[in-house]
Design a binder for this molecule. Sequence first.
Ligand SMILES: [Zn+2]
Ligand SMILES: [Zn+2]
Length: 326
Amino acid sequence: MSTITAPVPPPAPDESPKIRGVESVPPRMLFWQRVAMVAIVTVPLLGLAAALWWGYGNGISAVDVGLLLGFYVFTGLGITAGFHRLLTHKSFKAPTWLRVVFAVAGSMAVQGSVIDWVATHRRHHAYSDQAGDPHSPHLEPDEGVVAMLKGMWHAHVGWMFDDDATKAETWAPDLLNEPAMVKVSQMFGWLVLATFLLPAVLGGLLTMSLTGAVTGFLWGALVRIFVLHHVTWSINSVCHVFGTRPFDSKDEARNNAPMALLGFGEGWHNAHHAFPASARHGLRWWEVDVSWMLIRTLQVLRVVRDVKVPSKTQIERRVMRVKAES
Ligand SMILES: [Zn+2]
Ligand SMILES: [Zn+2]
């Protein structure tokens, strides 16, 4: 006895390789997510316009400058040394209290909860400038200046409106298993409220005036968030397009000195993609890296330990390979 079976067609070539750890956002949630993103992009911009308008007639007080710089440094280092080098890449070890301080400071930069931020950034490294990278400027099918600008827009803010979400279960299971990080993630909404209110309260108390509270809010909260947002987003857009590539990083990541100065060392982005586990991004002596200065100081003070940096040989090997190929 024999059975007749239809010939089995060969499997279709898998043109889009499966991207790990991504889920689509349900339409209803997507709507509100996009409303929140519009607010996150436009409210600080309106704050900047209001601060400049007010400052044009009245100048800017020393208290406002202090609030702007103080909150910029605190929340900026929370992102660079905390969210990025400590929690995403595990480039050094810190006691729980310091992990919490970094996680709180980074959350107050209003760039998403700590676990979501870490998950998204790990996915960026896993697929850097390939399909699956949440914010590469190089995924446009066309060539030319318009395609480049479209790609940069996507890498800067456009990607935040995408309908896919990075699954924390896949990309950040370590943090999901750390009660302190889960707690800080759950408190994200309160920390966002605090980052807006604290500069206003401090501005009011330090000047004992309502005007001081209003201008403290404008400069210490809205302008500070505007500048830090665009500096961080420029690491994704500018630093994958403009700059030098001294190391073989297997993607388009670039070293960009102005972005490194504004972003506390994060602009040495080619070095970072070549050595993602390194706590130091400015690998050459003249490459100022404020986040590294903080980590190194904490290491000397024995607050943090197991600080990872590439050896001289490892660095030279990466430089040599670029030279050999060119
Ligand atoms: Zn990158
Ligand atoms: Zn990274």
